[in-house]
Each structure stands twice: as C-alpha cells, then as structure tokens.
Design a protein around this ligand. Structure first.
Ligand SMILES: Nc1ncnc2c1ncn2[C@@H]1O[C@H](COP(=O)(O)OP(=O)(O)O)[C@@H](O)[C@H]1O
Length: 332
C-alpha cells in the first residue's frame, strides 16, 4: 500500500507584539516581565527567515504592535517602523499588518493609511485566482481576502472606537464615543488603570478599544456572503474577543458583539487569531467549534527563544506549528 503524506491546501505565518524599539530592556508596567525591545527585531528576522526557508507560506498575519510606543519618547517612530518593514522586504509572501494600540501611540490613522502598514488594498494572487482586497471604510483598516478558493480571511480593526494615543482625532465621533464608553465604566483619572473595576469590567481601560456599528454590520455581511459561497473563514485582530483566551484586562470592550456574530456563523468560522496579551492563550469554544488563539508577545521573549508560528490549512483541520513559546496544536 502506498502511503502518501498529505499536503496542506496552503499555509500562513503568524506573529504578534514584536514591539521593536532601539531601547534598553525594561520591565512592563506591572514589573512582572522584561521587554527585550532590541532583541525583538532579531526574533522577527528569525521568523521571516524561517518562513522563507520552510514550506512555502502564502502570507503572514502580523497581529499588531509591531513597534513599541516608547519610540515616541525619542522621536524614533519612523526609524523603528522602517527597521521592521525592512525585515519584510523582498519576501516571497504577502504580509497583512494588523493595527494594535502601539501603532496608535506612534502614528495617527491618516499616517498609517498612507504607510506600508496599510495592507487593506493589496491584490492577492493565488495559483487559481486573483482576488482584490477591498477596503470598506474611508478611515478604517478592516478588510477581507481569499488566499485560496473556499477560504476567506477577515482582518478586524479593533481600535475603530478608541482613545489610544494619536490614532483618532479628538473631535472624531469615534474618539468621542470611546471617551463616553470609558468614562461611564472607568472612574479613574488614569484611564489605563483598572482600579475599582471588577471581573470582566477590567477591560474598560484605554489601551483596549472597540468596534463600531458599521464595522460589525460589515462583519456580518462579509460572513453572510462567505456562507453563501460555501467558504470557511478565519478571523484576526489585535485584541482577543473571548474571555477564556486571555487575561480580562486585554479583552475588546464590545467583545460580546463580536463573539455573537462569530457564533452565529459557527458553521463557517474556524478560528480567531490575535495578540495583545503577551502571555498568550488558547480557548476552544466547543459549543461553536471555534478556536481562539492568542499569540505570546515577541517583545517579552528572552533571547534564545522566540514566539511565532506557521499554520497549515487542511480540509478538516488547522495545524499550528509553534516555535519557542507558541504551542503547536492541531485544531479540528
Ligand atoms: N495597571 C495600570 N495602571 C495604570 N496604567 C497602566 C496599567 N497597566 C498598563 N498601564 C499603561 O497602559 C499603557 C499600555 O500598557 P502596556 O502594558 O505597555 O501595554 P502593552 O501590553 O500593549 O504594551 C502603558 O502606558 C502603561 O503605562
């Protein structure tokens, strides 16, 4: 009997919270972990090298916070961004950049829209078809693409409603809405502090964000179309949307809205990939058969290890090959 090794339909890379900066190592806010800002660039380089040399991947999901907010202290944001983007120059795969809170500490939305971190309008070429990625809203970065017939990837803009850094203009309706949500829930002068907040309400801090009505509606419509086409769907964003896949302080403000939508489409949604919580996490929503994967943050990985992965897509499962602190996993 001939034994044939089954090959994946296609593969993609995943990495989160590189948070590079030409900065000395320092502890996080709670003084519990060291952040290796410079080493993060070498870990990104190692990941890119791995993807270049390994089994062919079609694209990478860079899950956000690619440079650290502290770059602004030295007016070094543009240099730091140039350094990380250089690592991706000439790679034989597409890179999808997702925006996290640290993007907005460094840059305004209008800056990001014109930068190479805005990947919402690129054309994806596959062996079978060419699919144009279409941006949906003038100043938002959510979009979808199909890298392989029968599969759709949805990229969310988790800081659509946000007070983070200089992302949104203070006069914008989204900033005002974010301020209203936060001030109603969080009575602290310092809106990044969860003091006095209990349980799931600890997510109402400024370094998280929310998704507006328009984006939620778009998500529903995109999933509806995918269902009609008989596609399977993988969703990604910077911020976790399931309370059991992360530390509650890292949850999307309106995570329940997003979860409800994903669960309404549990017949086609396979998984949600994100970063933001540097500890990483995983939860299998068994009732809905949706895998929630939170990647560990590269910036907190000590030299000698790493935290990235490659996901092989088979017709009946996703096989995640983790490197370093990212666990490997077969997700049916
Ligand atoms: N418990 C807290 N109280 C007050 N500010 C906090 C607290 N935790 C984090 N912050 C602030 O929130 C911002 C984001 O926190 P940080 O841990 O750096 O986020 P990230 O994990 O995305 O890098 C920082 O400015 C940090 O100083």
């Amino acid at each position: 009997m001939e034994i044939r090794e089954e090959r994946p339909l296609f593969s993609f890379g995943i990495i989160a919270d590189v948070q590079y900066g030409d900065l000395d190592d320092a502890k996080n806010f709670t003084q519990t972990k060291v952040r290796y800002y410079r080493n993060a660039l070498y870990l990104l380089r190692e990941a890119v090298q791995h993807w270049k040399e390994g089994n062919k991947i079609q694209f990478v999901l860079q899950l956000g916070d690619v440079i650290d907010g502290f770059n602004t202290r030295h007016k070094n944001s543009e240099n730091a961004l140039r350094d990380v983007l250089r690592e991706f120059e000439g790679v034989p795969f597409t890179v999808h950049h997702i925006w996290g809170n640290h993007e907005f500490y460094n840059f305004s939305r209008s800056y990001l829209m014109k930068s190479s971190l805005f990947t919402a309008q690129e054309t994806q070429e596959t062996a079978n078809n060419v699919q144009k990625v279409v941006k949906k809203e003038a100043d938002a970065a959510y979009y979808d693409f199909s890298p392989y017939e029968g599969y759709r990837f949805i990229i969310l803009d988790n800081y659509d409603i946000s007070m983070c850094g200089i992302g949104r203009d203070k006069d914008s309706p989204q900033y005002k809405e974010a301020e209203k949500i936060l001030r109603e829930r969080n009575r602290n002068e310092e809106l990044n502090s969860p003091e006095g907040l209990v349980g799931l309400d600890r997510r109402f801090v400024m370094f998280n964000g929310g998704m507006g009505e328009e984006q939620l509606q778009w998500l529903r419509e995109t999933l509806e179309v995918a269902r009609q086409r008989g596609e399977k769907v993988v969703v990604s964003g910077h911020v976790p949307v399931h309370p059991d896949s992360c530390y509650v302080m890292c949850l999307l403000w309106n995570y329940q809205d997003v979860l409800n939508i994903l669960q309404d489409f549990s017949d086609i949604v396979l998984a949600y990939f994100c970063g933001h919580d540097h500890e990483g996490g995983y939860h299998y929503d068994s009732g809905n058969e949706i895998h929630h994967v939170t990647l560990p943050g590269v910036v907190e990985v000590p030299p000698g290890s790493n935290a990235f992965g490659t996901v092989d897509v088979f017709t009946d499962r996703l096989v995640m090959h983790g490197v370093g602190q990212l666990d490997s996993r077969v997700m049916k």
